[in-house]
Design a protein around this ligand. Structure first.
Ligand code: HEC
Length: 241
């Protein structure tokens, strides 16, 4: 029974192993079983992220099948390159273009296929909501979750422009540290804050699915199936009980 409890805990804590460095973030509220949310996430992902980021292990036809979309829906609405239906989802900008771009003098946009596993969904959600105007940065943007990120706020028209307020503390050695106090709304976005939160939830849900498309099938059978990808992590724990 103890073993079963452990298995169940591990089964429902998929992102426990991928937390964002100890800090806790508001729950992303994603639900991988909601195809509507995944389809909406795919739409925003393709429109706002795919120019710079690839999902190189994901294929358009697999996504269509998993999300319940037809070939035409995907090819007409979500593919902006000359990619074919069975192709991998590579980025729209070619890599030379990306490297020459003025924004990316310091960092390049990574492939995002496994980002939900690496960072965790809560971190991703917090990151995408935490861009603020910072004229000291070359892109004009900074991020309270990822300080000095060289990614611009690509969804600013939807969210509106935020400013960030910080308190500064100076320690006995004269070292100044800054504590984030909160955001201020500089301009309104085309979406309400609730609509924007839902959009981010769906984009993050889509990235969570992309990190492990098999999870959709697994979740359909949960709690009776042990997650295959974690058996190497769970087994030693179970044996040691
Ligand atoms: C204009 C190009 C561009 C677009 C469009 C873009 N990004 Fe980025 N993104 C970047 C760059 C550059 C970085 C690297 C930031 C750094 O390391 O300083 C980055 C970093 C990230 C990271 C952090 C990766 C890490 O290091 O862990 C995530 C997550 C991310 N982007 C998600 C998204 C999502 C989701 C979208 C769509 C809503 C998006 N990006 C759109 C350029 C872009």
């Amino acid at each position: 029974m103890k073993n079963l409890t452990l298995i169940l805990i591990l089964l429902f804590s998929t992102n426990v192993f991928a937390s964002g460095g100890g800090q806790s973030y508001e729950p992303a509220g994603t639900n991988i079983r909601s195809k509507e949310s995944l389809r909406n996430g795919a739409k925003f992902y393709m429109n706002y992220c795919s120019a710079c980021h690839s999902l190189q292990y994901q294929r358009y036809n697999r996504m269509a099948e998993d999300l319940g979309m037809s070939k035409d829906e995907v090819m007409e609405n979500l593919v902006f390159t000359d990619a074919k239906f069975p192709d991998h989802m590579t980025n729209t900008m070619d890599n030379d273009q990306v490297k020459k771009s003025e924004w990316f003098y310091a960092a390049y946009p990574k492939d995002l296929t496994l980002i939900a596993k690496a960072r965790g969904v809560d971190w991703l959600s917090a990151y995408l909501k935490s861009f603020y105007k910072d004229d000291k940065r070359p892109s004009g943007w900074n991020n309270t979750v990822f300080d000095k990120a060289s990614m611009p706020h690509v969804m600013w028209e939807l969210q509106g422009i935020q400013g960030a307020e910080f308190d500064s503390h100076e320690d006995e050695n004269g070292i100044v540290s800054y504590e984030f106090k909160g955001f201020t709304q500089i301009t309104e976005g085309s979406m309400s804050p609730e609509e924007f939160d839902e959009t981010i939830r769906d984009v993050v849900n889509f990235l969570d699915y992309s990190a492990e498309p098999a999870k959709l099938i697994r979740m359909a059978y949960a709690p009776w199936v042990i997650p295959v990808s974690y058996t190497h992590l769970t087994l030693p724990t179970i044996y040691s009980v």
